[in-house]
Design a protein around this ligand. Structure first.
Ligand SMILES: *Cc1c(COP(=O)(O)O)cnc(C)c1O
Length: 360
């Protein structure tokens, strides 16, 4: 008897590794700084919108989330036809890949980068072309442009890059976009856009103007604090946006998620104050670690990256012992989200002790 047959590319698919939650402890407060979430609870306006929307959950949501699409079009000064939503931007990335790539095609992206890219590419049956990051953790845009061939359908620029936090600058991105053939889609994944303070890091929306092949991906999960509700979106040319809508899960964005996202947009002043605070905390932790002697590259997101090679898991264990759960990438490094001030303080302490230990 033979077993039911599955697609070989699905059977060999690596499972998505999410950031772990800390184990409850009685001696100290533990902190989850492994998934780049905001440590802040939703503002009152968002909670109230969620509670109000809860009364209508016996009805299907608006399949087109028209109110949210309208609000986003206004907020970002684009046409509603240019917006496509999904259940998190991770889903939007998948929708775009289904729409654009299949067996025989290739997708180019930097590596190490966002874990969802190789998984989604494999699901479409296309081939991944991974271009190593430069030694300073930045995208090697020249090598990425070189890697594009006639099979390439999509190229990802993760800006800032998850997990390394580095970002591409405006002039190099412009040169890159000029080099990419106009029939290849360039995805600017800007999940952490709001945490950028460096004016040399470009706004993808401005870079996309006048370029039909550039798609900007944003999310409500990070700066807007709605990771648990799953809403992300693409801003693209009307034709590409339509393709992303066609491949969406029907009724995927729930009525509660839509209401919360609308309220979050209305709460931007409050949310962006928090973002500013987190960006300052990021720079504080970064400076402290640099002063301790770590080789650490600037981060433009709400996390920092330490390249530790084969000490990554050892560092994560030291953090765990101190009640903070971070995200190790075995053999490479660790990604540490910026969280509560106390959690950030503990990161600095653990890093200090760890340095002394490996120096001795
Ligand atoms: C967190 C993250 C996302 C957002 O994922 P959601 O599905 O919107 O929660 C997208 N891209 C990158 C690079 C990320 O780190």
């Amino acid at each position: 008897m033979s077993s039911p047959r599955l697609r070989p590319e699905i059977e060999s698919l690596p499972a998505y590794k999410a950031g772990q939650a800390p184990v409850e402890r009685t001696d100290i407060t533990t902190y989850k700084i492994s998934s780049n979430e905001t440590p802040f609870e939703p503002p009152a306006r968002v909670r109230e919108a969620i509670e109000a929307a809860a009364r209508d959950v016996h009805r299907y949501p608006d399949p087109f989330s028209r109110r949210l699409v309208q609000a986003l079009a206004q907020r970002f000064d684009v046409e509603p036809e240019q917006i496509a939503l999904g259940t998190g931007s991770v889903a939007v990335v998948g929708q775009l890949l289904w729409a654009a790539a299949g067996p025989g095609d290739s997708v180019v992206y930097p590596w190490r980068s966002f874990e969802a890219y190789p998984i989604w590419v494999q699901m479409t049956g296309a081939r991944s072309i991974q271009v190593p990051l430069l030694d300073d953790e930045r995208h090697d845009l020249a090598a990425m442009a070189d890697a594009i061939d006639e099979t390439t359908r999509v190229v990802f620029v993760c800006n800032p890059n998850n997990p390394t936090g580095e970002a591409v600058r405006e002039s190099e991105l412009r040169d890159f976009l000029d080099r990419v053939p106009s029939d290849v889609i360039v995805v600017l994944d800007e999940a952490y856009r709001e945490f950028i303070v460096d004016p040399e890091v470009p706004d993808g929306l401005q870079m996309a103007r006048g370029r039909e092949n550039v798609v900007v991906i944003r999310t409500f999960s990070k700066a807007y604090g709605l990771a648990g509700l799953r809403v992300g979106f693409a801003i693209a040319s009307p034709r590409i946006a339509e393709a992303i809508r066609k491949t969406a899960l029907p009724f995927g964005v729930s009525s509660i998620a839509e209401a919360a996202a609308l309220a979050a947009l209305e709460s931007e002043p409050e949310l962006f104050e928090r973002v500013q605070h987190l960006s300052q905390e990021r720079d504080r932790v970064w400076r402290a670690l640099a002063e301790q002697g770590w080789t650490i590259h600037p981060s433009h997101a709400n996390f920092i990256w330490l390249r530790l090679d084969d000490r990554a898991e050892q560092f994560a264990a030291a953090c765990e012992a101190a009640g903070i759960t971070i995200r190790p990438f075995p053999g490479e490094g660790v990604r540490i989200s910026i969280g509560e001030t106390e959690a950030n303080d503990r990161v600095i302490e653990v890093a200090q002790a760890f340095r002394r230990e490996i120096a001795s």
